[in-house]
Design a protein around this ligand. Structure first.
Ligand code: 5RP
Length: 212
């Protein structure tokens, strides 16, 4: 079992804010994500800036793409992204066309999806999924628990690299002890912290404590 990566999700509404945060936390994370909110607010300029700042880190464009897979994926790659996200309800042709343009595609699991669909993503060469608790679900009282662990484990057993995200706090990580999580994606717990650099280091230390 590997040690999970730490990915920061920059869901700021302005590039200036995102850059201020990443300058603090960037050195301590493995993967940098231009979050959906940032992509929608600032477009691919955000990805270009992150790539310029971090030539050697993996950059993810969290587009949650639903259609026009090859065009969106090419835009992400041209801007410097390594990976992009696609929503689980996108069609197989959309996923296939996106896969031709990016190094890796992450299927974002929201709402209704099935393990049968997940098999069809593997069949076309998708290697990554992001198991997500939506921020709106969390706001309406949803919490991380056994039901999530069961699904995450099954996806790992199927052969996916599984990232986990959605309102993650330091205390959430313990729930996944013993599970081969590929990456923990943390947004507000790092970006909204008084000291983002310290918050990122705390996540790294907790991952090391549990999986190291
Ligand atoms: C929202 C996202 C976020 O980037 C992800 O959920 C992480 O953010 P947070 O830790 O703040 O919930 O994909 O759609």
């Amino acid at each position: 079992m590997g040690i999970p990566n730490l990915q920061i999700a920059l869901d700021n509404s302005s590039l200036d804010e995102a850059l201020a945060t990443i300058k603090e936390a960037g050195p301590f994370v493995d993967i940098v994500e231009a979050g959906t909110i940032l992509c929608l607010a600032e477009g691919m300029q955000a990805v270009k800036c992150l790539r310029a700042l971090y030539p050697d880190k993996i950059i993810v464009a969290d587009t949650k793409c639903a259609d026009a897979g090859s065009t969106v994926a090419k835009n992400c790659t041209d801007a410097g992204a390594d990976w992009m996200t696609i929503i689980c309800c996108a069609t197989i042709p959309t996923m296939k066309s996106a896969l031709k343009e990016v190094k890796e595609l992450q299927v974002e699991l929201y709402g209704d999806w099935t393990f049968e669909q997940a098999e069809s993503w593997l069949d076309i060469g998708v290697t990554q999924v992001v198991y997500h608790q939506s921020r709106d679900a969390l706001l309406s009282g949803e919490t991380w628990g056994e039901k999530d662990l069961t699904k995450v484990k099954k996806l790992v057993d199927m052969g996916f690299k599984v990232s986990v995200t959605g309102g993650l706090e330091l205390e959430t990580l313990e729930l996944f002890r013993g599970v081969d999580v590929f990456t923990f994606i943390a947004g507000r717990s790092i970006t909204a912290a008084e000291d983002s650099a310290q918050a990122a280091q705390d996540f790294k230390a907790e991952i090391q404590r549990i999986w190291g």
